[in-house]
Design a protein around this ligand. Sequence first.
Ligand code: FAD
Length: 320
Amino acid sequence: MEQILEKLGELVPAERIKYNEPMSRHTTFAIGGPADALVTPGSEEELARLIIFAREHRLPLLVIGLGSNLLVKDGGVRGLVVKIDRGLGQVEFRSDRMRAGAGIPLAELSKMAAGESLSGLEFAVGIPGSLGGALVMNAGAYGGEMKDVVESVRAIDQQGEVLELDAGQLDYGYRHSSLQGSGLVVVSADLKLKAGDPAEIKARMQEYTERRQAVQPLELPSAGSVFRRPPGKYVGPMIEGLGLKGFNVGDAQVSEKHAGFIVNRGQATAGDVLGLIEIIQQVVQEHCGVRLEPEIQVVGEDLVGKQAFKNMLSAKGFNL
Ligand SMILES: Cc1cc2nc3c(=O)[nH]c(=O)nc-3n(C[C@H](O)[C@H](O)[C@H](O)COP(=O)(O)OP(=O)(O)OC[C@H]3O[C@@H](n4cnc5c(N)ncnc54)[C@H](O)[C@@H]3O)c2cc1C
């Protein structure tokens, strides 16, 4: 695999490729072992080339945005990680519509829309993901979600072909879209907004920001709400009611501020987080009869055998 990965330099400029790159640098949890190779494409053409290369060489491919809904395991990610960021983040306004690249941070896009006096993306002001990740996850808050504003999505399939998908084809539901697990890589979207009063738009964004700051542990690394909301129930109060607020496994802790969040107090490993998730699931199942399902996406490999040995040597300064 190493010889195949070395050929990446023939596809994209060397400065966009990082080998043995700690995924903790690319997740808001600040957790995750190394990716064999992480590439940040600078254009749709580069992205298509990478996708085709991975398929032709049977290289495992993981696409990420800003890593704000990801728990990467301690053994890291084998094969190729493609990170979609500002290289694919152009934004164009056309009256009350915008075409935006998947790599633009969603919060920035929300502010840009407000700057054009366009309403519809206020809910997104504090969501720390990319537009691409938000389209895949149908991200939402305060009564709004991506499904309300998406007209169509442009994506690249595993053959490197570009597809245009209408909102109706995306099967949007609560934190769900048909893009999940589809192998499609989102490159941009057309969003439809509404002309609005700039002062009202800004006031709503300010209100949502304050509400978020009041209840969420934004001062510590996390991946947001860990669990999906079970029908008719709120996860945070349920976990808090069982006395689990502040409970920890290693440096992974149920947030003291919001029991639906797990925070990294400093040196948490993915193993700590997964251990804590399992304890929460067991206690909640036993006392409330509810099976909590993770909302965060768990990717990568456990830290075992050869990789554990490699990581230990590289932590001691040996260049492998
Ligand atoms: C403090 C905090 C608060 C949060 N608040 C909210 C909230 O209010 N509402 C909410 O919905 N979420 C919230 N989140 C979770 C997270 O921000 C969203 O799920 C966000 O949409 C993830 O975007 P991302 O770019 O970080 O995606 P990532 O975490 O990088 O990836 C998420 C998934 O999308 C896939 N993916 C990412 N980009 C692409 C692409 N271009 N093409 C194809 N697949 C792709 C990945 O493979 C992965 O499966 C919060 C997270 C944090 C840390």
